[in-house]
Design a protein around this ligand. Structure first.
Ligand SMILES: Nc1ncnc2c1ncn2[C@@H]1O[C@H](COP(=O)(O)OP(=O)(O)OP(=O)(O)O)[C@@H](O)[C@H]1O
Length: 579
């Protein structure tokens, strides 16, 4: 199968869909979300009371208050400080709890959705895109919900309450402070627009870089065999360079905006001080009111900066959520058809990958029950594509691929895999226990059935290790032959009537070939087998051989008959024999 770097990316949710996804997250935990909001609002209220009361003390001293009055108000101020501290801590704690729960829900949801995606869509999307969405993007949204989200909400509430308080203290000074806001809002809007664009580009560049890295890593042997190291390295550097450029642009934008913020705070304070001084000397306001208003404006700077600085986090979170919610937009055709029996067949199918040309041209193939059918043909003829259509991974463009009279792609995956199992060269062993690796094939299988399957595929080493043994790179690293035995044990456990083998035994070193042969014979006994073969050795003993050339079946029959016919198969056979 050829791997390309131009992939059909998964969709990205539009702003309305992102809002919906965000509201869904909030709605799933309404109570705690409301609790966070109430605590922060109360904390902001007490925080605003402090400068207002301070102004009272200043005016009170001017009006001849005694020590008892001053002490009383100062005591109230201290009480406000304590309450504000306690409430904001409690709010933060509730915010963290809410954020953690929401992040966990999001993570579980996206993993479940990715696992439910049609296989051809997963392949088209590529590991980089899916990996970025399920890991990096979920982390960004989780951070937003846990850390920056509560900070933005607190800061926003505090800013609102402080402006209201400023108007209550002195409407004219409130107006002066408010007049400085339009330039800030305009600058924030401009910054967000640019940052959004750069951030989206940066995320895309990150996916591309991850994709290139994953493809070069998993295809390392092919890269080495085709001497493509320089090309892959060049592509990797180019993608990393693009990513670095996007990072730099984002940071430059942030630095410029933060510099603007610094000057905004200073100018807002300067204007308020000048206006307060002017109206004080005019006798329009008391010194206490001036002190209270100026203290409020000083306090406004911090939460304003908090909101502004975290706005880009909010935006990054929204962009990440758009990518996560995009996974939901992939249409998964409903698979509710129920096959009547296990008759698997291709009838006049044409198929091509993506928008590419047809690679199968009106091909028909009908494996009979318990038949051992071997499909041979030159490289690129379409053998693996036939296996994919039979296994229900891809849907034909025209013609039909049916099992028990219904389209294979319309059968629920769990139902289909009980009847048809595809074994490829890629035998994935998960970092998990041996039991967990086996039980994937039949979740209700008990230990005795698992051990029996291991014995049947001659995996004595696995029986000795025990079902609780951990497998995977950091535990027990399996050889290719051992991984293959696990894959074949899964077939025995799943016990399907039909098995499709796509180069399942390729890549095995001759020393282990004996073990694998035993395992294979055990896994295939009594089943209908469709084997895609490169080694013609396997074909000689087949019930029937189908020869594929350029997406068409050009010959069919048993080995001896095809050899005697002297056609394409005979040519391949003699070439393989080295005659
Ligand atoms: N994912 C894909 N995207 C685009 N084209 C593909 C893809 N997989 C296969 N093809 C193309 O489809 C055609 C048939 O490929 P297929 O892998 O089915 O052939 P094959 O006979 O199994 O070849 P091989 O023996 O080399 O595996 C080839 O031209 C191949 O380049």
């Amino acid at each position: 199968m050829s791997a390309t770097d131009t992939r059909a990316r998964l969709p990205i949710a539009n702003p309305a869909q992102v809002r919906r996804a965000f509201l869904d997250l909030l709605a799933a935990d309404k109570g705690p979300a409301a609790q966070v909001l109430v605590m922060y609002t109360l904390a902001a209220g007490f925080s605003v009371a402090i400068p207002v009361l301070l102004g009272r003390v200043v005016d009170g001293i001017g009006a001849g208050w005694g020590a008892a009055d001053v002490n009383l108000v100062c005591g109230v101020i201290l009480g406000c400080v304590a309450l504000q501290f306690v409430l904001s801590r409690l709010g933060r704690l509730a915010g963290y709890r809410f954020g953690e729960r929401a992040a966990a829900r999001l993570r579980e949801d996206v993993v479940a959705r990715v696992l439910g995606l049609p296989l051809d869509r997963v392949e088209q999307a590529g590991r980089g895109d899916l990996g970025t969405r399920t890991a990096a993007d979920v982390n960004i949204v989780a951070d937003l919900l846990r850390d920056n989200g509560p900070t933005i909400v607190t800061s926003l509430i505090e800013v609102l309450v402080l402006y209201i308080a400023l108007f209550v203290v002195d409407p004219l000074l409130g107006l002066v402070a408010l007049l400085t806001l339009p330039p800030l809002l305009l600058a924030a809007r401009r910054y967000l627009r640019q940052a959004n664009r750069v951030f989206t580009q940066q995320r895309a560049a990150m996916s591309e870089a991850a994709e290139t890295l994953a493809a070069s890593g998993s295809g390392a042997r092919t890269v080495a065999a085709l001497a493509m190291q320089e090309e892959r390295r060049g592509l990797g550097y180019a993608r990393a360079e693009t990513l670095f450029g996007r990072f730099k642009r984002l940071i430059r934008l942030q630095v410029e905006f933060f510099f603007f913020l610094l000057w905004f705070n200073r100018i807002q304070l300067l204007l308020t001080v000048v206006a307060a001084a002017f109206w004080y000397f005019q006798g329009a306001l008391s010194i206490g009111t001036a002190v209270a208003a100026i203290t409020v404006v000083v306090r406004i700077a911090n939460p304003t900066n908090g909101v502004m600085i975290h706005l880009s986090d909010f935006q990054q979170g929204a962009a990440a959520l758009a990518r996560i919610a995009g996974v939901r937009l992939v249409e998964s055709p409903s698979r509710e058809a129920v096959p009547d029996g296990n008759d698997l067949r291709l009838d006049a199918v044409t198929f091509g990958y993506g928008d590419g040309p047809d690679v199968l041209h009106g091909l028909s193939l009908h494996p009979r029950e318990s038949e051992r059918l071997v499909v041979v043909g030159p490289s690129g003829a379409g053998k693996s594509t036939i296996a994919r259509l039979l296994a229900g991974i891809d849907r034909p463009r025209t013609g039909t691929a049916t099992l028990g009279g219904v389209p294979v792609c319309d059968i629920a995956v769990e139902n289909l895999r009980r009847r048809v199992v595809l074994v490829t060269q890629e035998h994935y062993v998960f970092t998990a226990t041996l039991r967990e690796n086996l039980i994937l094939a039949a979740p209700d299988a008990d230990d005795a059935r698992l051990v029996d399957a291991l014995r049947r595929v001659d995996a004595g080493w696995a029986v000795a290790a025990g079902l609780d043994a951990m497998l995977g790179p950091e535990h027990r690293q399996l050889t290719t032959a051992e991984a293959q035995q696990i894959a074949l044990a899964r077939v025995v456990i799943a016990d399907p009537p039909i098995v499709i083998l796509d180069e399942a035994t390729a890549g095995i070193d001759p020393a282990s070939a004996g073990n694998v042969e035993v395992a294979l014979a055990a896994a295939l006994a009594g089943r209908t087998v469709i084997a895609i073969a490169h080694q013609l050795q396997a074909a000689a003993s087949a019930d029937r051989i189908a020869v594929v050339e350029d997406g068409r079946i050009v010959e069919q029959g048993p080995h001896d008959a095809l050899l005697a016919a002297g056609g394409v198969y005979a040519g391949l056979w003699h070439a393989w024999q080295g005659d």
